[in-house]
Write a protein that binds this ligand. Structure first.
Ligand code: FMN
Length: 214
C-alpha cells in the first residue's frame, strides 16, 4: 500500500488525537479511505486469526441518515434532560458541517465483530470459552486504532463514538447488516477544523510502564 504520508509510525501514533471539530472540506478520495480501511481489516491481528472484525463505511447521505436515526432513538430512549443536554447537541455536531452552515458531508465508519467467529473457536478450545468475547473486543480495538492512526496520518480528524447498543437494531435494519455482526463503535471523521476539545494530560509514564530485569 502506498503512503502519502512521510510520518514515521511513532510520529503518527503521537499525532493521532480525538478531534470533534471537523469540516466537510475533505480532499482525500473515498477510494483512499477504503484502501486504508481494507489495509487495517486485512492486517490487524485477531485471536487465532479468526478475522472477526467488520467495517461499514458510510458516506454523505448514508452518514446523514445514520445520525438522523441515532437522534430519533436517543430521543425515544434517553431521559428528556439528558437528550437535550447531551445527545441533541452532540448529534448535531456530528451531523452538521462545522462553520460552513452547509450540508454535512462527513463520513464515518461503523466497527463490527462477526460473532459467528466464536463458535468454531469455542468448539476447538472450550477451556478458553470465557476469554474469547473479550479477545474479540481487544481485536476490534486494535482494528479501530489502526484505522484511526492511518486516517490521522492522512491528515483527517477522527473521533470515536459509542451510540451502540441503543441504536443497534435500527441500524441493522436500515443497512441490512448480517444478524451475526455486533456493533462495537462508530468513528466520525472529516477535515480538522480546530484543536482537540481538551488539552491532554499525561500521568507519569514511569508508573504506568514498568521494566523488570534491566
Ligand atoms: C475504548 C475507547 C472508547 C472511547 N469512547 C469515546 C466516546 O464514546 N466518545 C468520545 O467522544 N470519545 C471517546 N473516546 C476517546 C477518548 O476520550 C480519547 O481517546 C481520550 O480522551 C484521549 O484523547 P486523544 O484521543 O485525543 O488522545 C474513546 C476512546 C477509547 C480508547
Amino acid at each position: 500500500m502506498s503512503s502519502s504520508s512521510a510520518l514515521t509510525l511513532a510520529e503518527a501514533i503521537e499525532n493521532r488525537r480525538s478531534l470533534h471539530k471537523l469540516s466537510d472540506d475533505v480532499t482525500v478520495a473515498n477510494s483512499r479511505i477504503e484502501e486504508i480501511i481494507h489495509h487495517a481489516v486485512l492486517y490487524s491481528p485477531t485471536p487465532f486469526n479468526c478475522q472477526s472484525g467488520r467495517t461499514v463505511l458510510l458516506v454523505k447521505d448514508e452518514h446523514k441518515k445514520f445520525w438522523d436515526l441515532a437522534r430519533e432513538v436517543a430521543q425515544a430512549t434517553a431521559p428528556p434532560q439528558l437528550f437535550e443536554k447531551v445527545y441533541e447537541p452532540r448529534i448535531k455536531m456530528f451531523r452538521a458541517a462545522y462553520g460552513t452552515g452547509g450540508d454535512f458531508v462527513f463520513v464515518q465508519i461503523l466497527f463490527y465483530d462477526d460473532i459467528s467467529a466464536l463458535e468454531g473457536m469455542e468448539q476447538k478450545w472450550p477451556m478458553l470459552k470465557d476469554a474469547f468475547p473479550k479477545w474479540l473486543d481487544h481485536a476490534n480495538g486494535m482494528l479501530q486504532y489502526a484505522v484511526w492512526t492511518m486516517l490521522a496520518a492522512e491528515g483527517l480528524g477522527c473521533n470515536l463514538q459509542h451510540y451502540n447498543p441503543m441504536i443497534d437494531a435500527r441500524v441493522s435494519q436500515q443497512l441490512n447488516i448480517p444478524a451475526t455482526w455486533s456493533l462495537k463503535a462508530q468513528m466520525v471523521f472529516g477535515k480538522p477544523d480546530g484543536p482537540p476539545m481538551q488539552e491532554k494530560q499525561f500521568d507519569p509514564v514511569e508508573s504506568r510502564a514498568l521494566t523488570y530485569g534491566a
